[in-house]
Design a protein around this ligand. Sequence first.
Ligand SMILES: [Cu+2]
Length: 159
Amino acid sequence: MGKTMLGVFFGLVMVVAGASAAFALQAGGVEIGDLETGSVVGQSFKELDVDAELYALELGSIKAWYPPVTVIDFKVRPGRPVLLKVTNNSSTEHGFSLTDNTTQAAPTVVNAKVVLKPGETKYIGIPTSDLFYATQGNTLKYRCHLHPAHVGGTLVMIK
Ligand SMILES: [Cu+2]
């Protein structure tokens, strides 16, 4: 049932995207917020499962987002929006920015950006349509936009 609905949905999206570029502009539905109050495409963060947890860490002079590679397998998860949990486990402020490096200039691209205080957690909800149609290839990059030397990572999507 879930698979069939998904197929129908994607079929429709393909038709609409083909007919109008306006749809693509509306695909940028990434939402950043708290677990209790946040929502994405009408679905409360609370009702979604967290797909991945990411942490800003400081090890001596090294700053890194952990883990360096995050994999989301769309072949085994339902078609609900992706929910990322990002936490700053260090004692200074850090940024989290998630972008599609291949098409960064496009207005339609996935581009989530948030600054986290020490100890702060935020949730990032991403409609799967953004990941399937507004993203080239199968990877997104995450990094800290506040510190160029802060080591980032790669989100790998198995589509
Ligand atoms: Cu940083």
